[in-house]
Ligand binder design. Structure first.
Ligand code: AMP
Ligand code: MN
Ligand code: MN
Ligand code: MN
Length: 275
């Protein structure tokens, strides 16, 4: 069994179609793949694939003035609670994109709306805006686009209004899925806030955390595995793959969960029902 439970298609900020992802997963000998687009449930129509497709989503949440991501694994696309929550997340995304556009226009940068309209995405993310800023020559690269414009302190920064951790966890659970705290080491938290986040997430009904992802340092992975064991959380892992042109990432490219931690892997979760 080789799983990848976190990646993105062109329905959010990934560069490729779901079929491309599934083909690449087959090539990379992945047995179980979850496409986890930002605030959108991507449906696949692939039949006869060797890869088992697990329905997924990555939900943006606000927690203590920060943006925290929660992945839902094995969700039901038809669930009304989840659908209506994601509908309001989409509304927040569109509202924020409009405000970002206003700030960019004030800075003399025109054309974001037309750029976004021509894309395949449903979920408009700041990554798309960053690509636009690079393409229009306003920024040298994505990182500079975030530093100068889109990140906290940037001149087109617009704080987003997302759901809370408990709203996200509740909607995921209500739809039969497993709520997973995404990439816990990427939030730049000190030890005390890191522990607070893990506890808040658990209290809010979450039951798993990602302990391995693309580019993770072995020490970080170990800390996350130890945390999951200590806090009785299940462990998930995924590449967070977005783009085949970013050669350092790929589907299935992330370190395996350590043997000492395997008793808590996500496929032992009572809600995991995939063969
Ligand atoms: P959004 O959900 O629209 O706020 O967009 C978030 C996405 O933007 C994340 O999933 C990252 O891929 C990307 N992102 C956020 N902050 C940065 C940053 N400082 N540098 C580069 N990419 C970033
Ligand atoms: Mn992304
Ligand atoms: Mn994320
Ligand atoms: Mn992601």
């Amino acid at each position: 069994m080789k799983t990848d439970l976190h990646c993105h298609s062109h329905f959010s900020d990934g560069k490729h179609s779901p079929s491309f992802l599934i083909k690449r997963a087959e090539e990379n000998k992945i047995t179980h793949l979850a496409i986890t687009d930002h605030d959108f449930m991507t449906a696949t129509t692939e039949r006869n694939s060797k890869v088992q497709i697990i329905n997924g989503v990555e939900i943006s949440c606000n927690w203590q003035n920060r943006e925290i991501h929660v992945v839902g694994i094995g969700i039901d696309h038809k669930n009304h609670i989840l659908k209506s929550m994601l509908f309001s997340q989409q509304a927040s995304r569109h509202k924020r994109a409009g405000k970002i556009n206003e700030l960019l226009v004030k800075a003399g940068i025109d054309g974001l709306v037309a750029y976004l309209d021509a894309l395949k995405c449903v979920s408009v993310t700041r990554s798309h805006v960053a690509d636009f800023l690079v393409l229009s020559g306003a920024s040298k690269n994505r990182q500079q686009a975030f530093n100068r414009f889109l990140g906290k302190g940037g001149r087109a920064y617009v704080p987003a209004t997302w759901v809370s951790l408990s709203e996200a966890n509740h909607a995921i659970s209500a739809s039969g899925g497993i709520a997973v705290l995404a990439h816990p080491s990427r939030y730049k938290l000190n030890r005390s806030n890191f522990n607070k986040l893990i506890d808040s997430f658990k209290q809010a009904g979450g039951s798993a955390i990602e302990v391995s992802y693309g580019g993770i340092h072995p020490n970080t992975k170990r800390t996350l595995e130890e945390t999951a064991l200590k806090k009785n959380l299940f462990m998930s892992a995924g590449s967070d793959f977005h783009d085949a042109n970013a050669h350092w990432t790929d589907l299935g490219k992330f370190p395996e969960i350590s043997n000492f931690a395997k008793e808590n892997v996500i496929w032992r979760h009572p809600k995991w029902h995939f063969s």
